[in-house]
Write a protein that binds this ligand. Structure first.
Ligand code: SF4
Ligand code: SF4
Length: 270
């Protein structure tokens, strides 16, 4: 692997190893912690050019890098400026975590209340603090790999990194949590215990963590591929659940509005 800038191969003068950078925009730093926990496994294969969360010597954002991992959503003007700079210099850009992939709770929280009125209510009308409606990275730049999770799964992180280090884009599926749940031979908490499990419409990757311990999935990895919103709404309604409250959990984690609009069209009282 090598640095590529404007189509030209460049040598990394600091190390013969491929370089990675780990950045955080607006988020809780959960993914940064997962990457930090796994850094020992990565260190033999990569040069960490920037990881302000973990080290004090860091290259500037405008230095070329092979793989840039970015956590967090774009929620402040300086997030957007950094994202553009990092994208311009990164060969591969990996969005890590639900905030970067879907916008997560920042985006969910902005649905009912405009960001400006929340800013005023929190900091007062004269505050110099600025904020943007929270958005995922791919609304602003090309994202090469989306690794969802809240937080991400370590095994997926290492597999994605290994694949990119071989110069291959990894194959990531967003099959529903139910698939992993069945592979673990769990009893279905939706069918057997009547719990409001969102596993059928939530992307897997966590190994069906919550249902494995008898709890309902609340959608923290974001929506699955082609989520069957209407069927999920019908099942929850048959079980007597308020759709706004239960399906709203998926939206609290940043799922796009159009999915909820589908539910409203199929079930007008939702
Ligand atoms: S418990 Fe939830 S995730 Fe598991 S099979 Fe049932 S609905 Fe799907
Ligand atoms: S809420 Fe759903 S997606 Fe999140 S960890 Fe639990 S089972 Fe997995």
């Amino acid at each position: 692997m090598f640095l590529v800038r404007n189509g030209e191969k460049q040598v990394n003068e600091c190390s013969p190893l491929p370089s990675i950078a780990v950045h955080g925009l607006t988020g809780c730093a959960g993914e940064l912690l997962v990457i930090l926990e796994n850094l020992e496994k990565l260190i033999p294969y990569v040069w960490v050019s920037s990881f302000p969360f973990a080290q004090s010597r860091n290259d500037d954002d405008d230095r070329p890098v092979d793989i840039a991992f970015i956590e967090g959503s774009v929620s402040q003007p300086h997030d957007l400026a950094r994202l553009m700079k990092i994208r311009a210099q990164a060969r591969w850009l990996v969005a890590v975590g639900n905030c970067a992939v879907w916008g997560c709770v920042q985006r969910g929280g902005c649905r009912k209340e405009p960001v400006d009125s929340m800013l005023t209510a929190t900091y007062g009308a004269d505050s110099p603090i600025q904020a943007l409606p929270s958005t995922p990275l791919d609304q602003h730049v090309r994202v090469d790999v989306k690794l969802s999770g809240c937080p991400i799964n370590s095994t997926q992180l290492l597999a994605v990194t290994a694949s990119l280090l071989r110069d291959h884009l990894p194959y990531i599926t967003s099959k529903p949590v139910c698939l992993e749940c069945k592979l673990r031979e769990n009893a279905c908490v939706l069918i057997e215990n009547n719990l409001p499990c969102l596993g059928p419409i939530t992307a897997g990757g966590c190994g069906a963590l919550c249902p494995t311990y008898g709890a309902a999935c609340y959608g923290c990895w974001g929506p699955s591929e082609e989520p069957q919103m209407e069927a999920m709404a019908t099942i929850l309604q048959e079980k007597g659940y308020a759709l706004d409250e239960v399906m709203g959990r998926l939206f609290a984690f940043g799922a796009p509005d159009e999915l909820f609009d589908r539910v409203k069209r199929s079930v007008p009282q939702a």
